[in-house]
Ligand binder design. Structure first.
Ligand SMILES: Nc1ncnc2c1ncn2[C@@H]1O[C@H](COP(=O)(O)OP(=O)(O)OP(=O)(O)O)[C@@H](O)[C@H]1O
Length: 371
């Protein structure tokens, strides 16, 4: 949760500096930022550079420090040590502090923080206090039209769906054309179907506005669908930074791997450069001889072949999920089922004997205990 109601009200009541014409995206940087709250270290020496116009997702489990990093960028919080930089200049450091309203930063709160007694138009205008009457009105209406709510500009928040409320919050944040847009769990209050639509719309809008954007989320799918780069965090530190594809295909740890895929994990020991498991022998990469390892098998990588080919197995359950089937396979010598997500024809049934093909280049191997 980004802020208390009091902080939200204060944030919203400040006039926004913004940029007069099109948003001018700003570079945002964190240099060795540490944030302590009493005994709790929320962030430990975090360094990160975000390019102008880049959309970055801060991804991680609850309590890993995502929101704290967002609050530091917004200027709602001051770091215990380290620097926050906008366009290469310190905005928070031991020597200097630029007030939030001077930063040209827009914020979308997790609960949207719309004023219930104000219409859509008035809510959006509220974020434009530094503007004169005529230009505030025109700017608000332009932002409302941009999020597709022109017909609802006189409606009140309780008359809107969750997705529409989210769009009002977005319109209010983008109206002053901030150089940096910060969004705290913007899709978490939406049901699954609406979430997909709003997420794609938001992604398109962020690119259109051109603002440098940070989105906080604990959902890897949100992060992959909306962000140019994902910053995976854990316990106040950055674990890995990269595109969604890099994090998915080349996770640097078992922790990162588990975040993006529901692997079947099998423990084994490295012998002559490979790990022997009941489902096959897999190259151990850099792991030393005798090391205990975890072999991670991607359900999507598994292919089923006719009985008699590849590894023998039996279909325990098969569930049709639309585009793929979710199949649990029993393999001799392995006490748990192997999960496969495959597209099947109708001919494979529960209880059938099949062959299981596991391409070794799709299998990841990590040191055991590397969590
Ligand atoms: N004002 C505060 N006072 C004390 N502890 C705090 C404060 N703000 C954050 N923390 C602690 O700092 C850590 C990081 O919190 P933060 O809210 O940044 O995590 P998060 O990753 O955003 O979590 P969530 O997804 O649940 O919002 C947590 O242990 C949290 O309890």
């Amino acid at each position: 949760m980004l802020a208390s109601n009091e902080t939200k009200a204060r944030w919203l009541s400040w006039g926004r500096r913004g940029t007069a014409g099109a948003a001018i995206p700003m570079a945002l940087g964190f240099d060795q930022v540490t944030q302590r709250f009493g005994d709790v270290t929320a962030l430990s020496e975090v360094s990160l550079s975000i390019e102008p116009g880049e959309v970055v997702a801060l991804l991680g489990q609850s309590g890993c420090g995502k929101t704290t990093l967002l609050r530091l960028a917004a200027g709602v919080e001051r770091p215990s040590s380290g620097r926050v930089l906008l366009e290469g200049s310190d905005v928070s450091s031991p020597q200097s502090f630029v007030e939030p309203e001077q930063r040209g930063v827009g914020l979308v709160f997790q609960d949207y923080a719309l004023f219930p007694h104000l219409s859509v138009r008035e809510n959006v205008r509220f974020g434009l206090r530094g503007y004169d009457e005529t230009s505030a009105e025109a700017t608000a209406l332009r932002a409302i039209a941009r999020v597709g709510l022109a017909d609802l500009s006189e409606a009140y928040p309780h008359m809107l769906s969750g997705g529409e409320q989210q769009r009002v919050a977005l319109a209010r944040a983008i109206a002053p054309r901030p150089g940096v847009l910060l969004m705290d769990e913007p899709f978490s209050n939406l049901d699954r179907r609406l979430r997909d639509v709003v997420r794609d719309e938001t992604a398109a809008l962020l690119k259109e506005t051109g603002a440098t954007s940070i989105i906080v989320t604990h959902d890897p799918e949100d992060a992959m669908r909306i962000a140019d780069r994902i910053v995976l965090m854990r316990a106040g530190r950055i674990v890995q930074v990269g595109t969604g594809e890099q994090l998915y295909r080349q996770p640097n740890s078992l922790f990162a791997a588990r975040f993006f895929c529901d692997f079947t994990e099998i423990e084994g020991r490295v012998l002559r450069g490979a790990v022997d498991t009941p489902v096959g022998r897999f190259p151990a990469g850099d792991l030393g001889e005798g090391a205990q390892a975890v072999v991670c098998i991607r359900p999507q990588a598994i292919r089923l072949t006719p009985k008699g080919f590849c590894l023998p197995g039996r279909v325990v359950t098969r569930r049709f999920l639309g585009e793929v089937d979710h199949v649990l396979l029993a393999v001799s010598g392995f006490d748990r089922p192997l999960l496969a997500r495959v597209s099947l024809t109708g001919s494979v049934r529960e209880g059938d004997d099949v062959g299981i093909d596991i391409p070794t280049d799709e299998v990841l191997v990590f040191p055991a205990g590397d969590t």
